[in-house]
Each structure stands twice: as C-alpha cells, then as structure tokens.
Design a protein around this ligand. Structure first.
Ligand code: ADP
Ligand code: MG
Length: 444
C-alpha cells in the first residue's frame, strides 16, 4: 500500500514538522514508493525524471536515519555521500537537506569544481554527516588525500543518465570503488540505458526498483502548443509572445546551442526585453548571478540551453518557449518541465519549422499526445500544419542536422544533448556546466 500523506510515513517528528512548514502535504509518487523501502534500509533503483521530487525521496529517509542514529563524524569523511552531475543540482540538494532538516543537527558540505579547493578541504577536516559532491572535484580531493570515503553509510547517485552524458562514468566508478562494501545505496536516473543498468548492477545489492512514468506525467501538467513557422519568422513570433507575456510571470526561452542562446539573447535585448542567457560558456558566478535574479523575479526572461537549464527549479516560470526543438524528444519533456512546477499550471510553446518537423513528430510519439496547434499568430505555416495533420513528414525535414544547414555534421555524433555538447566531428566540447570536465581534460 502506498502512503498518501506524509504522516503515514514513519518519519521522525522534527522532519514531519519541517515538511508541514514547507506546506508539503502529499508525497509525490516517487516519494510515496521509495521512502518506505529506504526506511527499511534496502537499496533502491529509482527511475524518475527531473521534477518528480527525488531529492525529498532520498533526503527524508537519510535525515531520519541520521536523527535516529547520531554519531561522531570521522575526519575527512562523510556518513552520507550524494553524487550529482552539476553544481546547480548540488546546490539545490544541499538546500533541500537544509530545509527538510532545519530542526535537526547535522554537518553538511558541498564539493564541486570551479571554486577554490581550500574551503572545501577545511570543511571536510573534522568530517561531515552529509557531503553533496560533483564527481570530478571529489575525485581530486580523494587523490590528494583530503577526502576519504571509507565511512560512508548512505550513498546516493543522482541523475545518473546525465552524469554519464557528461562523461563522468570513469570518475563515478573510481569513487564507487573507494566506498565501503556495507552501505545503503540509492541510484536515480531518468532512463535505464544498458550502460546505466550495468552500472546499477555493480553498485546495488538486491535493489527494489521504483519507476515513475515520467514523460506523460510532466507533459500532462503543462498546457502545450506548437506554432508551425518558417525558421525566418521565429524571432518575430518570439517578440510577439514575449510582449504578450509581459507582467504574467517568468519565461524561459530554449535554444539548442550555446551560440544560438547568445545571439538570441542579444536580439531579445535589442527589442527592449530584459533577458540574460545561461549556458556552459559563462562563468559560474555569472550563471549564479543570472539565476538569482531570475528566481527573485527581477529578471523576467532567461535564455537557456538544455544542459544549462537542467535542474533549474524556479517556481514562478509560467511560460517556456522552445525557440528551436531539441533533437532528442526526451529533452522536450525536461524543457517543458521547467514550468508547471509544484502543481502550478504552466504554458509551453514550441516553434516548429519544416526543417525540424521530424523532431516534433518524435516528441508527440514520446509524450503520446497531440500537441495543440496554435494558429493564433501572423506566421502560421499552413502547409506544414496540413502535412502534420495528415501524419506526413515535411520534405524539408532532416534529422541529421537539427534543422540547421551546417557543414560536416556527422550523423552518428549526436548524444542525448546533441548539438549542445559536441562539435560536428563528434568530439566533446568543454561545455560542462560544473567547469569540471574542462579542468579534468588537462590531466594526462
Ligand atoms: P527532482 O530531483 O526529481 O528533479 P526535486 O526534488 O528537485 O525534483 O523537486 C521538484 C520540486 O517539487 C521542488 O521545488 C520541491 O520543493 C517540490 N516538491 C517535492 N516534493 C514535494 C511534495 N511532496 N509536495 C510539494 N512540493 C514538492
Ligand atoms: Mg533532483
């Protein structure tokens, strides 16, 4: 039987109190299914996407365990290790531990690249209860003898699919090898590709699998529309939509490439709208400043790439605009999941040009819904709309180059993040939002 309220879960009173203060009343599906298993001490394989409430699913039972069994921390070690791919996610997880654990006493620290090592080393000296870390920097500290993991009792691998996309598999394996055999392990991923399954098998012992049907759940909460347009008309259409949206909440505009995001942001600015871009090429402090303004509501428009927007959790986003369509249908679900957070309704408008038509067909297949076609604008591409309605593919549609005429685009070079992470030769670029890969690659 799955619990329908937090009171039914046997969590310690101070945790219940924190949840009530956060106005959490009902556990999300992943929470309802995982927390009872985790409280019993078993390993967990959780398949769930961003926005499903995974952080509370793992942090609540872990906080409960720390509360019931307080212990002195070991030097340079942690009782709980949470590994997550990006600095943004690490920061959010850390904040969640703080808010769910606000009535508990525990020591916690964050470890990630792009910032100085010394404060992290100092924080780890006496040992902590909870360590939230990105793989690259953690491994550096381990290699330099500043962190050791033999005392870990709870190990969480968050967003594993993303972690592998970012090239962290080797680092993760090395970290896992340094963990003690006896521990409780939790493994979360949006997908279960063979490589991920294999990794899960090497880490988890008799795990219980919990799978949350994610695509449709997110897609159902968001009021979606597609505008069929020529790619030349997209900008004008965007300015119309941004004008309509003024005063109605925050907007995220998605661009497939970093370069595109920059250019787009400039032209949005030159049309009198206040917007800033976040993408892997901007420094961490820049990204953080932009995100803070956006969260506070002083910056109304954020221009983002898929990688940069991962984990951006801002409650008041009421509109997501897909300036261009992602070439992986799954990224669409991640994008529109940036709106309609925590039960609020959000709108997502996608611009589809004839060149991108197949990507759009992929998306509808994945979400198993027809996205309503918006004809309420001046740039409606009737011909494309007709083809689509008949289930026919536009002759201009081409999967290989993402709707862009780009020379040398190797068809096999697209990973999940497609044009974002790789150049046309299929080599990884240093677009890692944590700034970790860039530094790591300089190592022999
Ligand atoms: P994920 O890690 O799966 O992306 P998060 O743990 O970041 O998801 O949660 C997404 C959002 O939902 C956060 O803003 C979080 O505060 C909120 N949230 C999570 N669980 C609940 C709940 N049970 N009730 C209300 N809001 C919740
Ligand atoms: Mg998360």
């Amino acid at each position: 039987m799955t619990p329908t309220s937090f009171e039914e879960l046997a969590l310690a009173a101070p945790i219940q109190r924190a949840l009530a203060e956060q106005k959490y009343s009902t556990p999300s599906p992943i929470q309802a299914q995982s927390i009872p298993i985790l409280l019993k001490g078993g390993d967990l394989l959780g398949i769930a996407q961003t926005g499903t409430g995974k952080t509370a699913a793992f942090s609540l039972p872990i906080l409960d365990a720390l509360h019931n069994n307080p212990q002195r921390t070991r030097r340079k070690s942690a009782r709980v290790l949470v590994l997550t791919p990006t600095r943004e996610l690490a920061t959010q997880i850390s904040q969640s531990f703080d808010s769910y654990g606000r009535h508990l006493r525990f020591k916690k620290t964050l470890v990630f690249g792009g910032v100085g090592k010394n404060p992290q080393i100092r924080a780890m000296q006496p040992g902590v209860d909870v360590l939230v870390a990105c793989p690259g920097r953690l491994l550096d500290h381990m290699n330099e003898g500043d962190i050791e993991l033999s005392g870990v009792e709870y190990f969480v691998l968050d967003e594993v699919d993303r972690m592998l996309d970012m090239g962290f598999l080797r680092d993760v394996k090395k970290i896992v090898a340094a963990l003690p055999k006896k521990k409780q392990s939790l493994f979360f991923s949006a997908t279960l590709a063979p490589q991920i399954k294999e990794l899960a098998h090497t880490i988890l012992i008799n795990p219980t699998s919990v799978s949350i049907a994610p695509e449709t759940t997110t897609a159902e909460k968001v009021d979606q529309a597609v505008c069929f347009v020529d790619k030349e008309s997209k900008k004008d259409l965007l300015f119309n939509h941004l004008a309509e949206q003024q005063g109605k909440g925050l907007t995220i505009v998605f661009s497939r490439t970093k370069h595109g995001a920059n250019k787009l942001c400039k032209s949005i600015n030159s049309h009198g709208f206040e917007a800033e871009a976040i993408h892997g090429n901007r420094s961490q402090p820049q990204r953080e400043r932009t995100l803070t303004k956006f969260k506070k509501g002083t910056l109304p428009i954020l221009v983002a790439t898929d990688v940069a927007a991962r984990g951006v959790d801002v409650k008041d986003v009421t509109l997501v605009i897909n300036m261009d369509l992602p070439n992986e249908a799954e990224a669409y679900v991640h994008r529109i999941g940036r709106t309609g957070r925590a039960g609020a309704t959000g709108h997502a408008i996608s611009y589809c040009s004839p060149e991108e038509h197949e990507f759009f067909m992929d998306i509808e297949k994945l979400i198993q819904q027809k996205v309503p076609v918006s004809i309420n604008h001046n740039y409606h591409h009737e011909e494309l709309a007709k083809l689509h309605a008949r289930g026919l593919k536009s002759p201009l549609s081409t999967r290989d180059n993402g709707g862009k005429t780009r020379k040398g685009g190797g068809g096999g070079s697209r990973g999940r993040q497609g044009g974002q992470n790789r150049n046309p030769q299929g080599k990884r670029r240093s677009s890692n939002p944590t700034g970790e890969n860039r530094r790591r690659r300089r190592r022999p």
